[in-house]
Design a protein around this ligand. Structure first.
Ligand SMILES: C[S@@+](CC[C@H](N)C(=O)[O-])C[C@H]1O[C@@H](n2cnc3c(N)ncnc32)[C@H](O)[C@@H]1O
Length: 420
């Protein structure tokens, strides 16, 4: 770890990789019950907790302010530590809630059987493909739509209202929505695959439930610690935030993709929104922000100002969205500081990127932002992202490729630690 004193004199590129943060223990199956882009490896949490204990930092209550699909939430539960998390994406918080609970295997088996029976025998008359949501019709043919509709009704009729068990099977339903649709698999851009072999709904659901039930059997969660997961924006000042000893988080990537767009199938089917674009609102790094650029610009820190002015020479829309991202992140570090108890620690995992030759140095911006928010000690190190080493490019469709003509993506990211 390198301590940052004078930010101008640190070259983030030359920071050596610290192998401590590269690898860790194998992840439990529970971490894999639902696909989620930009999920970070579970061992980051365990290593962060190790690091905190070695440095005599308390770990009685931890938070992840961008909790995503609940990687930190589940690891906190395994360690019997109280957890608070928030994410703007309702699909993310649904997965996070499901992961951090332990289910009675016999009850899961019973509900599973009831769902299959209801699906097989119930006559549902109100299925009306032609008047369903236009976006849903775009992704599903009638046969798959009808089966998914019946399955959704079967889950709701076979499990108690608002119960953990309904959420468990709803999460299973959510994770089969891509394979049973025309969505181009393994793409970060939502687009139709005209040649796709679309999965059968009940085959996919049975496979998914079996996997989730075995993940539940393997899960070693036993303790009584509390887990509180909120759906909402961390920028929203009306959210009631607890005091915590530690924050472990990874912020959204700067304008790289829209999380809301990627989760549109689940959001539409589960009724979180009528138009999936609503979910972009309030999201940090969204390309769809409207704000007064001229007026806000003066609030950017030095690193942010430097990067945004270099981008302005190239592309003003990119400069505006990066500026908004940086302003939001400055707000985030200030709020994290106020959430921490004295002596507490915040750990951020963040990557850099570039646009038309302009380096978008998010790590440097974040370090300066932590200092400006009052963190007394700011440390930085670098880790390697294992999978991306093998496929460091993205093709025109946004899929990972080994072909060097694609857009380069980074295979390293930074760990920043701030002490209060
Ligand atoms: C890099 S991901 C975090 C992934 C997480 N560490 C995991 O393992 O699943 C960043 C998350 O920030 C969320 N996000 C974006 N804007 C937000 C906001 N204003 N408030 C709260 N969460 C937000 C996104 O929905 C996304 O889940």
């Amino acid at each position: 770890m390198i301590q940052i004193t004078d930010i101008k004199n640190i070259d983030f590129d030359s920071i050596p990789i610290d192998s401590f943060w590269n690898t860790g223990e194998k992840e439990l199956k529970m971490h894999k019950i639902h696909a989620y882009p930009a999920k970070f490896p579970a061992f980051i949490t365990t290593k962060a907790l190790d690091y905190a204990r070695k440095n005599s930092i308390k770990t009685n209550q931890i938070a992840d302010v961008f909790c995503g699909c609940g990687t930190v939430a589940f690891e906190a539960k395994r360690c019997d530590i109280d957890f608070w998390g928030c994410d703007i994406n309702p699909v993310a918080t649904m997965i996070a809630k499901v992961k951090s609970r332990k289910y009675q295997p016999e009850r899961l088996k019973k509900y599973y059987k009831d769902i299959l029976d209801t699906f097989a025998h119930k006559n549902i008359s109100e299925i009306d493909y032609d008047s369903s949501n236009e976006r849903i019709r775009y992704w599903y043919d009638k046969a798959h739509y009808d089966d998914l509709f019946r399955l959704k009704v079967a889950i709701d009729e076979s499990t108690p209202l608002k119960s953990d068990y309904r959420l468990f099977f709803t999460c299973a339903f959510s994770n089969i929505l891509k394979s049973t649709s025309r969505w181009l698999t393994k793409s970060i851009k939502p687009q139709v695959d005209p040649n796709k072999q679309i999965a059968d709904v009940m085959d996919a659901f049975k496979k998914q439930c079996k996997f989730m039930m075995s993940a539940n059997n393997e899960s070693d969660v036993t303790g009584e610690s509390s887990t509180d997961i909120i759906t909402g924006s961390f920028l929203d000042s009306s959210i009631n935030m607890p005091k915590v000893d530690m924050i472990i988080t990874s912020p959204p990537y700067v304008t790289s993709y829209e999380y809301a767009d990627l989760h549109q199938l689940s959001s539409l089917w589960l009724g979180f929104v009528k138009d999936y674009r609503e979910l972009r609102e309030g999201s940090i790094g969204s390309r769809h922000h409207v704000y007064n650029f001229e007026r806000e610009l003066k609030h950017l820190n030095n690193t942010g100002t430097h990067i945004v002015f270099r981008l302005l020479d190239n592309n003003s829309s990119k400069a505006h969205s990066v500026a908004k991202y940086y302003l939001d992140m400055q707000h985030v570090t200030a709020t994290c500081y106020s959430m921490l108890s004295n002596g507490g620690m915040a750990l951020f995992v963040i990557g850099n990127t570039e646009f038309k030759g302009v380096k978008i140095d998010n790590a440097c911006h974040l370090a300066e932002s932590l200092q400006n928010s009052g963190f007394s000690e700011v440390l930085v190190t670098k880790r390697k992202i294992s999978k991306k080493i093998l496929t460091p490019y993205r093709d025109q469709q946004g899929r990972f490729t080994k072909d060097g003509r694609g857009r380069k993506i980074y295979s390293e990211e930074f760990i920043l630690i701030g002490r209060k």
